[in-house]
Design a protein around this ligand. Structure first.
Ligand SMILES: Cc1ncc(COP(=O)(O)O)c(C=O)c1O
Length: 428
């Protein structure tokens, strides 16, 4: 039985009191909290078998190496990869996507080739290819969105041509919540021999992922967005593509042999895991995956869908046209990320008021998706993003808080205006 109230007991941070109110944490798309078993797995590593991996014949090093390798296996099974060595540990989604762009892109793209991206992309999916474009004189094309926040599949049909070598997009938008039709895009890309690079930062933590079924070529995701620690991320790639790739970060552990004239690269995945890796991070991520698997990814998906339905219903009933929601209205087509604005109030002011008066943590700004916000004609949005430990009551608290903010609009603006003047990156 899926029970968010039981699950919450594993997350001591949720007991925190923020500005006199019990914390309501709705910033899960930015990062998630860590349950006790994850914290314990990391603690155990440092207390019992801390050592560097692949460098020592002593017991601690062998134990650490075994656990680190086992973590690759757990991740591989989690996304139904063909084998453990298709899993590359890196620092986060951003790092994983840069590895594809630099290690695959620099070696495989030629002048005149084309890369198809989308206006919905997170900067981490978009900018690495833009950098490569500077080196390789390739052309970047962008798929647009519809007014209700879906990708325009007719654009993929138009923009993918014989020159297309890469198609990259998020499986789920971190702003609109849209869950994209991956298989439809894969079919179009593969018809012309292009590779598909899927950004799974928002999808992998929240729904079952099966890379074989999706048919994609690369998948990137972050441990910290799925109950794991920060500093550990995953790049999965099809073995034949990884085998062809040269590492772009090189040094310790990336080689089999080096002479002054030559180098023989290590097997995959080691040739891509340069230097001492985040061993504790990998062990923490493995514990997070086991925790998620025990609860069931489909159960998490269903729970978040219900929270979204509840939010939409209450927003409509209680806030009416005071609130504008962005992205698909059908909860089947979207995840638990809801971006919105309150009429006449700056998004940062709403965020500050939610935190200061109600202890509710949301993210405000452009969520590392500036082109998408410009496309929507927005300077920013308020984003509430849910996870397995959020409850219907918390959603109701958010709605009540927003009702108060709407009623007190002028006072709220006067009180919090000064707070946002000093924001370093007001577009965030
Ligand atoms: C869709 C998407 N892609 C990529 C990223 C980057 O993740 P990270 O900061 O862990 O590298 C994020 C983070 O918010 C995201 O939401």
């Amino acid at each position: 039985m899926f029970d968010p109230y039981e699950i919450r007991k594993d997350f001591p941070i949720l007991e925190r009191v923020i500005n006199g109110r019990k914390l309501i944490y709705f910033d899960n798309a930015a990062t998630t909290h860590k349950p006790l078993p994850v914290i314990e797995a990391i603690r155990e590593f440092y207390i019992k078998y801390n050592a560097n991996i692949h460098r020592g014949l002593h017991t601690l090093s062998q134990e650490a190496s075994e656990k680190y390798e086992k973590a690759h296996e757990t991740v591989a099974k989690f996304i139904n990869a063909y084998s453990w060595d298709e899993i590359i540990f890196c620092s986060n989604t951003t790092d994983a996507l840069n590895i594809v762009a630099y290690a695959w892109g620099l070696n495989n793209l030629r002048e005149g080739d084309e890369v198809v991206l989308t206006v919905m992309d997170h900067h981490s999916s978009m900018l690495p290819w833009r950098n490569i474009a500077k080196f390789k004189k390739i052309k970047i094309k962008y798929v647009d969105i519809t007014n209700d926040g879906y990708l325009k599949y007719s654009d993929f049909e138009k923009l993918i041509t014989e020159r297309t070598r890469v198609v990259a997009f998020p499986i789920m938008s971190n702003v609109l919540g849209t869950i994209n039709d991956v298989k439809r895009i894969v079919k179009l890309a593969h018809e012309v021999g292009a590779i598909v690079v899927a950004d799974g930062a928002q999808s992998v933590p929240h729904m079952p992922t099966n890379v074989r079924d999706l048919g994609i070529d690369f998948l990137a995701f972050s441990g910290h967005k799925m109950l794991g620690p920060t500093g550990i991320g995953v790049l999965w790639g099809k073995r034949e593509l990884l085998e062809e790739m040269m590492p772009f970060k090189v040094g310790g552990d990336t080689i089999k042999d080096v002479t002054l004239d030559d180098v023989i690269w290590h097997d995959v995945p080691w040739r891509f895991e340069a230097g001492t890796p985040n061993i504790a991070g990998a062990i923490g991520l493995e514990a997070a995956i086991k925790y998620l698997q025990k609860i069931g990814l489909q159960n998490i998906r269903n729970h978040e869908k219900q929270l979204v339905e509840h939010t939409f219903k209450l927003f409509k009933e209680e806030l009416g046209d005071e609130v504008t929601i962005y992205g698909p209205r059908n909860p089947n087509d979207r995840g638990g990320v809801i971006s919105f604005n309150i009429k006449g109030l700056n998004h940062h002011i709403v965020g500050r008021a939610l935190d200061s008066l109600f202890g509710i943590a949301v993210r405000t700004g452009m969520h590392c998706a500036h082109p998408l916000h410009y496309r929507l004609g927005l300077k920013g949005t308020v984003r509430a993003s849910y996870y397995l430990y959020n409850t219907r009551e918390e959603v109701e608290e958010l709605v009540n808080a927003l009702k108060f903010i709407v009623k007190q609009k002028e006072n709220i603006e006067a009180i919090f205006k000064k707070d946002i003047e000093g924001i370093i990156c007001p577009t965030g």
